[in-house]
Design a protein around this ligand. Sequence first.
Ligand code: PHE
Length: 343
Amino acid sequence: MKERLEALRGEALEALQQVNDPGALNELRIKYLGKKGGLTEILRGMGGLSAEERPVIGQVANDVRGAIESAIDALQERFQREETEARLRAETIDVTLPGKAPASGAVHPLNKVAQELEDVFVGMGYTIAEGPEVEEDFYNFEALNLPKNHPARDMQDSFYITDEILMRTHTSPVQVRTMKQMNGKPVKVICPGKVYRRDDDDATHSFQFNQIEGLVIDKNIRMSDLKGTLLQFVQQMFGQQAQIRLRPSFFPFTEPSAEVDVTCVQCQGHGCRMCKQTGWLEILGCGMVHPRVLEMGGYDPEEVSGFAFGMGVERIALLKYGIDDIRHFYTNDLRFLSQFARM
Ligand code: PHE
C-alpha cells in the first residue's frame, strides 16, 4: 500500500508539472484528491491493515496528500500571480502623457464686456433696471422730449410695429419707466439691453446692438458729478492712464449735452490710424437731464437735477479688444470667439 501511495505521489507531481492553466489544475485536484480520486481509493483499503501498519500508512498517506496539496497550492498561486501581472500589463497607463483638456465653453465677448461695464457701475452704487424691447412710442420718444415729427427722431431710424409701438431704439425708455416708478425719489440706475435701429449692417453698424445707459437724479447733481463718474468709469475699463474729454453735442433729452472721447487705447493719445491721428476715440453720449424730461418723469426741475449717459457695448468691446468689425460679434465663428475664452 505504501508503494501505491508513493506511486500516486510520483504520478500526481509529474502530472502537475505539465499543467499550465487553472482549469486543468482543478481537474487534477479532483483526480487525485477528490472524493472519488486516487488517494481516497487507496485509503479505502486501510480497513484491511493491521493495528501496527495503520498509523504508519496513515502517516505516509498524510505526507502524500500534503505533498500534492502544496504542489497544487503553489501552482494556484502562480496562476493567480500571472493573471494579476497580465491584467496590470494590459491596464498600464503612462501618467506622464499630456492629458486631453475637456473642451469648455466661454462667455461671449459682448456679454463679458457688458458684465464688466455693469460691475464697474454696480461698484459705484448703481442698481440695474431693465425694460421691454418692444416699446411704446411714448417712452421711447415722447417722454424724452421728442414729440411726433420732431426732426431729431431721424437720428434713430426705427422699426415700427404699429403707429404707437416700436422696437426701442435706445435704452433711455427704461430711464423714463424708472423715473415714473421711483415716484419722485432719488434715482441711480444703469439700463443695459438690446436696441434696434433701421441701419444697414456694416463694419460699424448693426440693426440690433447693445447699450448701457445710466441715470442719476437727486438734489444738486451737477455736470462735474457726471464728469467725475465718467472718468472713474473710463479708468476702470481702459486703465488708469485713460483720460476723457467732453465735446458739446445735442440730444433732445439732455441740456447741455456732450459727446465723450477717451484717450486712444491703441496709441495712448499720440495719434494713430485707429484714432485717425486725433489721439481720441468717441465712446458715449451724455448730458444733464432736460428739465422737461424730469417733469414728464414726475420730478420738479426746480428741486432736483440729474445726469444721463449712454453707450454702445459693441463699441466699447471693439475698442477694448482692438476688433475692426462689429459683425465678428454676431457670426459666431469659433476662431474669433475662442480667443476670448482665456481672457
Ligand atoms: N440715448 C442716446 C443714444 O442712444 C444716448 C444718450 C443717453 C445720450 C443718455 C445722452 C444721455 O444715442
